[in-house]
Every structure is written in C-alpha cells, then in structure tokens.
Design a protein around this ligand. Structure first.
Ligand code: UT7
Length: 345
C-alpha cells in the first residue's frame, strides 16, 4: 500500500476547496518573427557546423525579430491571437502578466506596453522574471487571481527577443536561442481546459550558471561593461544540462503525484524546448513515449519564457491535443528555476 496520503489530501485544489471554481485556459496564441536564421548562416558567422548544432541540440533554424520589433510587439501579436481564440475582447481583460528576461527596457514593464498596444484599458499589468521557467510561473500566478475570485480574465504571455542579448561571437550560446511569444487566456469556466495543478522551484545558489551580468544595479552599463561583453547572456551549458534533466524530472513527478496520475495517463508532454537531448533524457527518465512528447525545438530553438507557450499553441491548433487529454508542461531555466503543470484539456 502507498505511504502517500489519499489523493484529495495531495491535490491542493481539493484540499483548499477550490473545486467550486476552475481556472481554464480558454485561449491560446503565438507569434514568431518572419526572419529565419538557419544553421548554414551560423556556419558563416562563428566556428560551427550544421552537423554539430543538429546532433548536439536538435535545432535546425530559429526566428529572429526585426531591428524595430521589440519584445512587446511579439507579445502583443501573440496576445491578440489568444484573445481571438477565446472570443474575449481586450477590454474584458482584468490582468496582463508577461514573463520575460528581455523586456523592451528596464522599465516600464512589457505588460504595460502590451496593455497599450492591444487596448486592454481596464487591465492591471506587470512583468514576471523566471527566465525559461517564466511561463509556468506566470500561469501559476495568474491562476491564483482566478481561484481567489480577484479577477475573471487574465492574459498570461511568455515573450522574448533573445537575439538582443545573445553574443553573436560566442558559438557556445549563439546557436541555441531564438525570438518569439506565446499567450494564453485564463478564465473561470466549469467545463474543461482546466489547470489542475502547478509547481515551481528555484535554487539561487546556482545563479551564475546562466546569467547576464551587466545592465542591472550591480553592474550598470558603462564603456567598460560594454567592452567586457557583460551585457550578453553567459552559460555553463554542461552544468545547466544536468540540472535541467534532474529538476524537470522531479517537478513532473511532483505534479503527477499531487493529481494521483501516472505517466501513462498523460496524452501529451510539452517540455521547455532548449535542446532535443535534454527533452529525450527527461522523457526517458519519466518513461514517456517519444510520440507523446511535443517538440518544435528544431524550428524555433530555445525561446525561453515563450517556449512552452508557443508549443502549447501549436499542439492545440494542430489538433495534437484533444478535448479531455491530460497535458504535462515542464520548464527549466536560469535562477536556477523550474516548474511543472498538469492541464486537463
Ligand atoms: O533554457 C534553459 C537553459 N539552457 C539549456 O538548457 C541549455 C543546456 N545545455 C545544452 O543544451 C548543451 O550543454 C549545449 C548544447 C550548450 C552544449 O552541448 P554539450 O554536449 O554539453 O557540449 P559541451 O559544452 O560539452 O561542448 C563540447 C564541445 C566543446 O569543445 P571542447 O572543449 O570539447 O573542445 C565546445 O567548445 O563542443 C564545442 N562547441 C561547439 N562546437 C561547434 C560548443 N558550441 C559549439 C558550436 N559548434 N556551436
């Protein structure tokens, strides 16, 4: 017999009497810039090969935003598509949360810029920063506002223009990242598409494994900071890889246990799209068959907070996810941070 307590004690929604209200995802949307940067082009920029990039990461191409296209532009386009899908008008939105590490500027927030761009005049707006884990962090935060009856309609967006912080002379990182945005609309609906549970985790002792040292209050922009290339993303890829596999595996087990589910009951796993080898390793650890794991890392690379949101939009609109399916979302990123969520579609 299991040592675990009965399911209704483990399911936090059941425990807190949340069953009376459901947080549903009523709309999905995504936007990626038109410009495609291929591995062949990268071969001409740094000392790399298509063969290395494809075999070590699974990435074949990524999207790059236009010079005059900022994160808020990508976010607003994804948001409009999610609102259309949900049949919600911008003035019905109560709150906008944008997860990003590449805001248009340090302040004001991208969320405020999106509020203006889509005309969501009534909405409160703020950004949330949990790097590549940002979308699930934002989903969990947005859910709290729905469950607590504070708001009826919350727009959650993951959006990044990573091309603006990538060091295009560093072959270790520049081949990995891309730009894009994904969005969902959260509302209280009884029928389906419900977010069953989500978990979040962090380990700040490993902050230096993946960071951008310059541009904040510790190292403000100076000629020195620019010439020392401190305004670019830096990563110890090998260490991040190991931590990602462990953390996403454990996060998945936690949310499945909370919902009293096993892996064979999950129809679609949507992991953070950083590296095909990381995804394969996590799937193997969880015993998830490869055909149930959604992947688009080959076309978009790592789009950080946008990654799972773009993949969810594709899986839903592409008919891969069907009504009643159980989905497992997994994220991992700088911080370190990680998270997982179970959705009943
Ligand atoms: O979004 C969350 C955060 N990001 C991630 O999850 C990314 C996590 N890490 C990774 O995906 C992988 O660690 C990388 C793709 C970054 C690197 O793959 P790896 O198998 O861990 O390679 P490595 O770092 O062990 O490097 C192997 C070799 C090195 O050469 P030496 O030192 O063995 O001579 C690198 O210099 O590959 C070299 N290398 C490259 N060679 C050609 C690194 N980047 C490239 C490149 N082209 N672009």
């Amino acid at each position: 017999m299991s040592d675990l307590p009965p399911a209704h004690f483990r399911n936090p929604r059941a425990r807190h009497g949340f069953r009376s209200r459901t947080c549903s995802i009523t709309g999905v949307g995504a936007y990626v810039p038109e410009r495609i940067l291929t591995n062949a082009e990268l071969e001409r920029m740094v000392d790399t090969t298509d063969e290395w990039i494809t075999s070590r990461t699974g990435i074949r191409e990524r999207r790059i935003a236009a010079p005059d296209e900022a994160t808020s532009d990508l976010a607003a386009k994804a948001a409009v598509r999610a609102l259309e899908y949900a049949g919600v008008t911008a003035d019905q939105v109560d709150l906008i949360i944008v997860a990003t590490i590449t805001p248009d500027m340090l302040f004001p927030s991208v969320a405020c810029l999106v509020q203006q761009k889509i005309g969501a005049k009534r909405a409160a707006a703020f950004d949330l920063e949990a790097a590549c884990s940002g979308f699930i962090y934002a989903l969990e935060v947005g859910q709290q506002f729905i469950m607590s009856h504070t708001y009826d309609t919350v727009l959650v967006i993951g959006a990044e223009k990573l091309s603006s912080i990538v060091d295009w002379t560093d072959r270790n990182t520049c081949v990995l990242f891309g730009d894009g945005a994904g969005a969902v609309v959260l509302q209280n609906r009884q029928r389906s598409h419900g977010l069953l549970t989500a978990c979040m985790g962090a380990d700040g002792s490993k902050a230096s494994l993946l960071c951008m040292p310059g541009g904040g209050s510790k190292i403000p922009a100076t000629h020195d900071s620019v010439s020392s290339r401190l305004h670019y993303l830096r990563m110890d890829g090998r260490e991040v890889f190991k931590n990602a596999v462990t953390a996403m595996g454990l996060a998945a087990q936690e949310v499945l246990a909370r919902c009293d589910l096993t892996m064979d009951q999950i129809q679609c796993v949507i992991p953070h799209q950083a590296n095909r080898r990381i995804i394969d390793a996590v799937a193997h650890r969880l015993g998830a068959p490869v055909e149930r794991v959604y992947m688009n890392v080959d076309r978009f690379g790592n789009t950080s907070a946008a990654s799972v949101a773009i993949a969810l939009d594709e899986a839903v609109r592409g008919g891969i996810v069907k009504r009643g399916d159980l989905l497992l979302l997994l994220v991992f990123g700088a911080g370190l941070t990680w998270g997982a969520a179970v959705i009943e579609w």
